[in-house]
Design a protein around this ligand. Structure first.
Ligand code: AOF
Ligand code: ZN
Length: 374
């Protein structure tokens, strides 16, 4: 192969190993809390000598796991990392220092770390020690994988994914309130994966009253349960509700100062935490998000209903929308839609989604996009 061919071959190799690193990272989605998911593959003389993934906040970073596996083979190797190696002392020491100490020769990075404590300094540190660093291999995939972390680390508000399922005519229930089921089994099992990948699941109290949902992630394998959040301005949450009675996951209720102390104490007795957030009549949603962030909840899966979805959208608090469209029609002018809000006068005022993608789950169509910030 000529020089050009060699460069091409190296690029192919880089993508191959980076894809593997991305797969390692992806497996940890939903279990690193407010930390990113990161994968690392160490290669020497055409052989993989180390693999690593960041599995839990507070435990080893991906690079350290992979370096420990590589042992003495790390010297002179190439490390593929899905995120820029860190340069700061956090819960663990800097990965950049460790890569230098282990005499790694080249580091291939998918994307830089938006954490202001890192933000390019990890790459600089490696380069200043004579390590060749190449940045940008499968960059877009790597960034999307950590979209929640990327957003949280810069806004210090949880990343909110709104999920809903509607009929072809945009309804989330019939005129009688019946909503089981709108979407098919394939869509619903994907929702359990979405729940698993978020740190919390949020609904309005009307949804609890109407459906008595468990709000747990039910996958084929055990999963860390997201915190359940109920927005309930008047504290109407029934004591008998499953989110109060079962011990499957922690439940937090956001209410207003108008809520009765007796009802708060009744819920507390079942281990439910009640937080007063705003004078009323509505819960101050932005403040609620701020309180979740302070508690290191960096992501929320918003599962409605219509009023809460509408209020969250109006408050500009929704980062991503995942909407399942089922091929059925129920009609009814009063049947609720996915967003109940005052509504805009003109089509030109509509909230627009960007980076839209479409997937199929059985006969359902799943539309994903990101509301444009105005
Ligand atoms: C890496 N490799 O595997 C991860 C990184 O509190 P700590 O010590 O866990 O640090 C968390 C920060 O480190 C996190 O916000 C992000 O900037 C970076 N995560 N970096 O080199 C990893 N998980
Ligand atoms: Zn690190």
């Amino acid at each position: 192969i000529g020089i050009g061919g060699e460069i091409e071959l190296e690029l192919l190799n880089d993508e191959y190993y980076m894809r593997l690193a991305l797969q390692l990272a992806e497996k940890s989605l939903g279990q690193t809390g407010i930390n990113p998911v990161v994968g690392c593959v160490i290669v020497k003389d055409g052989r993989i000598v180390g693999l690593g993934s960041h599995l839990q906040r507070g435990s080893h970073h991906a690079e350290v796991h992979a370096l420990l596996m590589a042992g003495a083979e790390a010297e002179g190797s190439t490390a593929y990392v899905t995120l820029e190696p860190c340069s700061h002392f956090g819960r663990t020491p800097p990965c950049a220092d460790r890569l230098v100490a282990e005499k790694v020769k080249r580091v291939v990075v998918a994307c830089t770390d938006p954490n202001p404590q890192v933000a390019g300094t990890g790459i600089e540190k490696l380069r200043s020690h004579g390590i060749q660093v190449d940045v940008g291999v499968l960059e877009q995939e790597a960034r999307t994988l950590n979209e929640m972390f990327n957003s949280f680390i810069s806004t210090r508000l949880p990343f909110v994914t709104m999920k809903s399922a509607t009929t072809l005519d945009g309804k989330i229930a019939t005129i009688t309130g019946d909503s089981k089921w709108i979407s098919g089994t394939e869509s619903r099992s994907y929702v359990h994966m979405l729940r698993h990948r978020h740190q919390s699941i949020m609904v309005g109290v009307d949804t609890v009253i109407a459906d008595d949902p468990q709000l747990t992630a039910r996958l084929d394998v055990p999963s860390i349960q997201p915190v359940r959040i109920v927005i309930d301005s008047k504290l109407r949450l029934p004591i008998e509700a499953r989110v109060v009675q079962d011990k499957e996951a922690k439940t937090i209720v956001f209410t207003t100062n108008q809520a009765s102390i007796e009802q708060m104490m009744r819920l507390n007795a079942f281990g439910v935490e009640v937080i007063r957030c705003g004078e009323g009549p509505r819960v101050d949603l932005r403040r609620a998000m701020g309180i979740l962030a302070e508690r290191e909840i960096g992501s929320v899966l918003l599962e409605g209903g219509g009023k809460l979805n509408g209020a969250m959208l109006e408050a500009g608090l929704i980062d991503k929308i995942v909407l399942f469209l089922a091929p059925k029609i129920v009609g009814g002018a009063d049947a609720p839609g996915a967003f109940s809000m005052d509504g805009f006068a003109k089509m030109s005022e509509a909230v627009m989604l960007e980076r839209v993608s479409i997937e199929r789950f059985g006969d359902d169509c799943c539309i994903t996009g990101y509301p444009k910030r105005t």
